[in-house]
Unconditional design. Sequence first.
Length: 113
Amino acid sequence: MATRTHTISLSNPKYNRRIFAPVLSVLIAMLLHSTTAFSQTVAIPVGTQGQNTEVEVPTLGMSMEFVRSAFGQANSEQGPVGNPPITIWHYDNYRVYFEHSIVIHTVMIHSGN
């Protein structure tokens, strides 16, 4: 009895259509799904947009010494932690983040009203 061999050639258009069409369909579906899967709606309660815009806070590049003299002693201090050392000063309405002794960010605290 003769043995039949079947060779699959990537240059065979029939094979390409049969294999690559479903693969392409799956890739397109994944791409379309990924663009919608990560969308998110951010809801801001009416009347809170821009709240506390008049509050003066430390800004990028200020030194710890300047922040302490201009804004007073923090309620509490946390750190330094990590490398580079990050320190957080807790004030009533905001938190000040320092890298070494320089302000890198100030975060307003939501009042919850």
